[in-house]
Design a protein around this ligand. Structure first.
Ligand code: SAH
Length: 377
């Protein structure tokens, strides 16, 4: 940890249990924070029968309705009380930026305490992916990532995470996204924050996403990806949750010397430990682990590093996702040369490793990987 202690923004060992939001108070409790049983208790404290909780859940998760005046199966006199107890407003849209003829849409959200987070909707011919934030800011301090530069503001609540998905689902259902009405099929925890550093809220959010209606959105776990810098104890916990989401591991280097600088938490859990936890995840869930590798010119894109990466991943249930670096403002780093990228892919393939190069959708609206910064307001 010597390197970390010299760097005031790098996580210290004691900080790796940051499940409690800091800052001014807590976001309001929302039905998306609660299990079905907790929702029924909440309506009981209003003196109402349990089925009212199911009705509101159905409006929120199935009809995607946040307008209590449209809840016509509930007596008008009860609607406002139920809405204020179960569906308080959590965030307001500050700005929406669109590109790709409206099929890529980045939202900047302001939360109750002024914290800013971003989410991105990406519509493809065969699917719609929502990229969501799990924290305002991030404490992991990866030097190539825009979010990392400002440090951690706070953890998001479960409902603040779920609401980003529901907001995208509403836009699709309303027909606001070119391509006609549609549904969110995929969710990736690749927006702002380190999801496994906000473990409890993120796992509860996963439950809300996969729970069947009216308790949740009824999505398939197969369509959900949780991306991590490699918090090993939390990776092992996630494997045991029984929600077989895809795990993405942000590796970015096959050797500890370089990874210590690109992903500073590597000084706490090194590549061997992180890969062991990833293989354990694959063994328990039968899900192929995705290895994220941002290709940075002359930093991590050398042929020998491709060979070393292939060697470390050989014969595992794995897929490598190469991401051309999205340069962040003021950074000295840039994306690899085309020929180096091609050679990197070729060597991984020669080593028998499935590999794809990620498209960089949303670049023009600072909505691509690692560009979410929410510095403006
Ligand atoms: N904290 C999680 C989620 C972060 S964002 C994690 O680190 O995995 C998702 C992916 O984008 C991560 O793999 C992250 O390393 C990558 N990324 C961050 N900044 C980037 C940049 N400037 N260019 C390309 N990819 C970047």
């Amino acid at each position: 940890m010597t390197q970390d202690l010299e760097n005031p923004r790098a996580p210290k060992p004691g900080e790796l249990t940051f499940d409690s939001p800091k800052g001014r108070g807590k976001p309001r409790r929302h039905l998306a924070d609660m299990t079905g049983a907790e929702r029924r208790e909440a309506v009981a404290t209003l003196g109402l029968p349990a089925f009212r909780a199911d009705q509101v859940s159905r409006h929120y998760f199935a009809r995607l309705s946040d307008d209590a005046s449209a809840w016509t199966d509930i007596p008008a006199a009860l609607r406002d009380d139920l809405a204020s107890a179960l569906t308080p407003p959590l965030m307001t849209s500050v700005r929406e930026l669109t590109t790709d003829a409206g099929t890529t849409r980045k939202q900047l959200w302001r939360l109750f305490d002024g914290a800013l987070v971003e989410s991105v909707l990406m519509r493809y011919p065969d699917r719609v992916t929502m990229c969501v934030s799990s924290q305002a800011g991030c404490g992991m301090n990866c030097p190539f990532c825009a979010t990392g530069q400002a440090g951690l503001t706070r953890n998001l609540s479960t409902a603040e995470i779920v609401e980003q998905v529901v907001a995208g689902a509403r836009e699709l259902a309303r027909g606001d996204v070119p391509g006609g009405p549609g549904r969110v099929s995929n969710v990736v925890f690749m927006g702002m924050g380190e999801p496994l550093a906000n473990y409890k809220a993120v796992v509860a959010a996963l439950h809300r996403l996969v729970d069947k209606g009216p308790e949740g959105l009824g999505m398939s776990a197969r369509g959900i990806t949780v991306s991590t810098v490699g918090l090993v104890p939390r990776m092992r916990e996630l494997a045991a949750e029984g929600i077989p989401v895809t795990l993405a591991l942000s590796l970015h280097a096959p050797d500890d010397e370089l990874r210590n600088t690109l992903v500073p938490v590597n000084t706490r859990w090194d590549i061997q430990e992180v890969l062991d936890a990833a293989w354990e995840y694959a063994r328990v869930t039968h899900r192929r682990v995705s290895i994220e590798y941002a290709l940075i010119k002359d930093v991590n894109d050398q042929a020998w590093r491709a060979d070393l990466l292939a060697k470390r991943l050989r014969n595992k249930l794995v897929h490598v996702n190469l991401i051309p670096l999205n340069p962040t403002p003021g950074s000295k780093w840039t994306a690899s040369r085309r020929q180096d990228e091609r050679e990197f892919v070729r060597r991984l393939e020669a080593g028998g490793i499935p590999v794809t190069v990620r498209d960089t959708r949303g670049r023009e609206i600072d909505g691509a990987c690692g560009q979410l910064a929410a510095l403006d307001s």
